[in-house]
Design a protein around this ligand. Sequence first.
Ligand code: UDX
Ligand code: UDX
Ligand code: ADP
Length: 470
Amino acid sequence: TAVKVKKICCIGAGYVGGPTCAVIALKCPHIQVTIVDLNQTRVDAWNSLDYKLPIYEPGLEDVVRQARGRNLFFSTDVDKGILEADLIFVSVNTPTKKTGVGAGFAADLNYVELATRRIAAVATSSKIVVEKSTVPCRTAESMRTILEANSKPNARFDILSNPEFLAEGTAIDDLFRPDRVLIGSLQTPEGVDACASLAEVYANWVPRERILTVGLWSSELSKLAANAMLAQRISSINALSAICEATGANIDEVAHAIGYDSRVGPKFLKASVGFGGSCFQKDILNLVYLSESLHLSEIAAYWRQVVEMNEYQKRRFAKKVVDTLFNTITNKRITVLGFAFKADTGDTRESASISLVRDFLSEKAFVNIYDPKVEEAQIWQDLSEAVPGTPLEIIKKSVTICNDALSACTNAEAIVVATEWKEFRDIDWQVVYDSMNKPAFVFDGRMLLDAQKLKEIGFNVTVVGRGGRP
Ligand code: UDX
Ligand code: UDX
Ligand code: ADP
């Protein structure tokens, strides 16, 4: 029979574990939820009295304000969290491996394994262990082997896969009203019971018909597949955007027309300077690696192309800037508006802005950067990783991080909109124009601005996916 969950521990207080378990706590006042993390600074930020939380996410502060101290706790005491819990989410980071076998493709499962071994070492009673991080297929199987090889008498472990589908920037909405909750389990009586226990938790606010229960491997693969299909839509529309630019068609009109087909649907067809974020590229490369290791090289090549198209889109956009500025940007000042990988987040992982700035720097341009939410230290870290071998002091000679959009644009030759922050639309563009060198160029990588209005002011405007200037 299914255990009724009373105490939940979440290992990893990041972008996934933090918001997800905060919402579980909010929606399940009868369950004690403790989110643990090794990173003291992060935990302190979650616990900060003025709610300076470690991640920016609309609506998150409100959730934490309601639940923290009631039945939601943040702690660095990982062992205590494990000991007390009936159900443990493993929500640690799984970056792409940088070295060793599968470098550049495979997921680094070191953090998952360490967390799993900690559970095995500490637990004295039975636990349901839920894999929440994005991981390659069959990770649950490895976790099970580690747990079973190290378990104590009276402490049995049931493993579930419960991938998170929230998107950053809308995490709280996505968690409140998920399209679906997916739970994978072994199809044994114990596995099915564990699955029922977790389903019971979600049923506190998610309609039953949206809680899907499947096999362990289907669940793991579904997460990779869902992200691969979403990213593939963007690469497809971005591939079409290049044709539009070359022919004079308009990608907005094309996407609109395509999306009207109910088999295709209107969402997620927005051409852009390229997708970013911690998931899309990583998950596709995982899928590529999985396909290769199954000797399915044609399948690997198919999915790899989705990532290659994205790299091409980013390079193509940077090249367009250079070409339009009379084939040189050396010693010219380029303003990059937006550094986050999408609006409403401070996250920069795989952000297109990083590639753009790297390309501008390699052309010896000066770059001004402004983003409303990204921390300055984060930008410096991203740039020093993007230009390996160049000391940060040298990069800082060419890059200026600005505190507002207007000052970022002053004296620039060109402005590049890389993130679709709403505030960029509301800038006083006449003031910006007056402050710039002439001719003044705008490159809209997000189809965000009113191009017609900008042209009337006098800007030379280039929009992704829009061909020829009238
Ligand atoms: C994604 C998935 O949407 C989510 O379900 C999964 O759990 C994690 O990965 P996320 O990366 O947070 O979420 O944001 P998403 O909204 O999917 O955007 C990813 C990137 O694609 C962003 O850079 C965004 O700007 C870009 N994008 C998205 C486009 O360029 N065009 C679109 O039409 C949609
Ligand atoms: C297609 C388009 O659907 C239609 O809008 C366009 O005007 C002409 O091309 P058609 O080729 O007649 O129409 O049929 P369609 O239902 O799209 O199927 C095409 C092929 O895809 C068929 O062989 C079908 O079996 C296959 N298919 C379709 C799948 O294998 N899986 C699916 O999920 C859907
Ligand atoms: P995600 O986007 O997947 O949530 P993050 O990097 O934002 O990834 O968060 C993962 C968190 O997991 C980090 O704060 C990291 O400190 C934490 N973490 C990693 N390994 C462990 C571990 N063994 N025990 C506790 N916390 C861990």
